[in-house]
Each structure stands twice: as C-alpha cells, then as structure tokens.
Design a protein around this ligand. Structure first.
Ligand code: UDP
Ligand code: MG
Length: 347
C-alpha cells in the first residue's frame, strides 16, 4: 500500500534547509500555528531536507523529529554534503506522499498561511493543477533587478517555454504535477525551467516575501550568474545555433571582402595596406572562435556530467514514519492522538 493511501496525507510541505538552525524550529511552529483549526491538520506532513548544513541544523531537525512526531507527520532527509537547493527539492518531492505538495523555504520569508490559501484555491478550482507564489514588490538592488530583467528577456526569447519573472519556487502542486517533475531525472536541475516544462495550468498568486527570520541568503551574485547560465544551457540549444549563424555570417563577409580586394588589386592595381585591418580582424575572429568554443564547452560539460548518471543526491539518513510498523490505515494517526500514558506504554 502506498504511504499516501496509508496515511492519507493531504498536504506535504517540502522544506529545503541549508544552515538554518535558528529557523527550523520557528518554521515548525509557524506551520503548526497556521494549521490550527484546519480540518486536514492531521493529514499534513513536513519533509525537511538538511542540505549538508555546517551549523546545528541536523541536530535541530532530529530534535523536531523526535519531539513533534505526535503532533505532525515529520520526515527528515539528511544529505551527506551540500548538494544545492535543486537537489534538496528533488529529494523532498521524492519523499513527499501528499495529494498536494508545497515547496517552501525554511527562512520564513514565505508564510505557511499563504500555502494553505493555495490549498484552498486548488480545492475550489479543479481546473488548476498548481499555484505559484508571485512576488509583486521586490526588495532588491537596482543592479540585481536589471540583471534579472535581462535574464528573463533572454531565456524567454530563446526557449519555447515561458518563464514568469517574480514567480518563486514557493508553490503548491497536485500529485500529477509532482510525479511529472520527478519523472525528469536530469542531474542539472533548474527548477524554474522544470516547473514550466511540465506544463499544467498554473495560477499565479501574488504575495509579499518577508524578511529572513535569521541567517543570511545563500545567493551571491557569482552563484546567481552561474545558475542563470546553467538554466539557459539546460533549456535551450539556441546558443549553439548562434554559433553556427555567426560562423556562416563571418565566412560570407570574408568572401565578399576577398572579392573586393581581388577586384581592387587586379582591375585597379591598388595596393592594400592592411596591417591594422589584419590585426583587428585576427583578434575579432579569434575572439568569436573562443566564444563559440566556450559555448560548445558549456554543453559538452553538461553532457559529460549527465553521462555519468550520478545520483542527484546522497542521503546519509532518512528519518520517517514508514518504518514504525503501522499496518492498518490510520493506525499511525490514532497513535498520534494517544494520551500521554498510552504513548509511554507504546512508544
Ligand atoms: N538552500 C538549500 N541549499 C542550498 C542553498 C539554500 O537547501 O545550497 C535553502 C535555504 O536553506 C532556504 C532556501 O533554500 O530554505 C532558499 O535559500 P535562500 O533563503 O538563501 O534564498 P533566497 O530566499 O535569498 O532566494
Ligand atoms: Mg530566503
């Protein structure tokens, strides 16, 4: 029997955590508070992924798993090292069994209440399969906003799928969407692209990101730039076409110039003093060739790594509730509502 059926989970929260020791207990509390009064409170699970944190996140998550099991279903996937948020999301989605799955950051920038609004929306609108939070106001510097604008313009022009600027990973999906995402096994996971690629009707729900509860963002400009390049390379081969087109164009121009030079020389006897032109041309063509090699290299390196078929993540420990040996439907839930004495007698 599948775990989803077994525990009849309605909503799974997937929470990637990297150096969030201060935030995970707050996140747990925030979700529990948000769920108060919800009829499906007992059918919610939390899937935390510790993405190789270097602080006390692992201990904090184990504590939550040990102490809060009787309040909410809790799973913890503990990575053997830092594999990045994309890998953490894949691990979280693989372990989530809910009918709906919400991806939410651990830093409380996104409110669990919004996630529950998404659930209500999906309940009321069967025509939609996914609700993505959409950030209207951005609290970012002008330079970063400019580069992000450029990125979205470029990637939307180059690819067949639509990337919505301001849409975050914070979203709630139906099971069918989650399964489609999991069927994409690529090693380089660019979630923004994967979410668009799988399709389905997505509703964009406006929200305002809060300030981080504690800690700092893991994104530096360098990391964002690398992420942008890998996103483009993952979802379009247009740069390769650009290489071909500029090659054809350069050859054509060279041919035209050759004809001009020949005519000048043969018909009019003009000597062509060409040192400066030559240097400029050599540098220009050399530069273009290196750029093209670089583009080829980007794709080649991606093929190289994909070709190894390495696992997307390595987990050293998975704390769940499957192994607790509950066999009948709902048995686990009943045990969670046991009185203190019963629980002591039946750990
Ligand atoms: N995160 C992760 N692995 C990483 C980097 C980040 O799991 O290598 C998690 C992080 O703990 C947080 C979420 O991804 O829950 C978003 O990260 P962050 O807050 O740094 O990004 P921002 O909100 O600034 O875009
Ligand atoms: Mg954040």
């Amino acid at each position: 029997m599948s775990a989803q059926k077994k525990y009849n989970i309605k909503l799974s929260f997937v929470i990637p955590c990297y150096n969030e020791e201060g935030n995970v207990p707050l996140m747990y509390e925030a979700i529990e508070t948000a769920l108060a009064g919800k009829g499906y409170r007992d059918r919610v699970e939390l899937v935390f992924i510790n993405d190789g944190s270097k602080d006390g996140t692992r201990a904090a998550l184990r504590r939550i798993h040990a102490e809060k099991q009787d309040r909410l279903h809790i799973k913890v996937v503990d990575f053997s090292r830092n594999f990045g948020k994309e890998a953490a999301l894949y691990a979280g989605l693989s372990n989530a069994v809910g009918e709906y799955v919400t991806i939410i950051d651990a830093d409380l920038q996104q409110r669990p209440e919004t996630a529950l609004e998404m659930v209500d929306f999906l309940d009321e609108h069967p025509e939609y399969d996914c609700v993505a939070a959409f950030q209207q106001k951005r609290h970012e510097g002008k330079v970063l906003t400019f580069f992000k604008d450029c990125f979205y313009k470029v990637i939307n022009r180059l690819t067949d799928i639509t990337f919505v600027q301001g849409a975050s990973d914070f979203r709630t999906m139906r099971r069918c969407v989650v399964d489609s995402i999991l069927s994409m096994k690529e090693y380089f996971r660019f979630s923004k692209g994967i979410f668009s690629w799988v399709g389905y009707e997505t509703y964009y729900m406006p929200y305002e990101a809060q300030a981080r509860a504690t800690g700092t963002t893991k994104w530096s400009f360098k990391k964002l730039f690398k992420y942008a390049i890998s996103g483009i390379v993952s979802f379009t081969t247009a740069p390769l076409r650009f290489a071909t087109i500029s090659g054809v164009l350069a050859s054509f121009l060279a041919l035209v110039y050759l004809v001009i030079v020949l005519i000048q020389k043969l018909a009019f006897g003009i000597d062509i003093p060409g040192y400066a032109t030559l240097v400029v041309l050599i540098l220009f063509i050399g530069g273009i060739q290196l750029l093209m090699l670089g583009i080829l290299g980007e794709y080649l390196s991606m093929i190289y790594v994909e070709g190894k078929h390495r696992p997307i993540y390595v987990a050293r420990e998975v704390l769940g509730y499957e192994e607790e040996g509950q066999d009948a439907d709902g048995a686990y839930l009943q045990s969670r509502h046991a009185t203190e004495e019963e629980k002591n007698g039946n750990p």
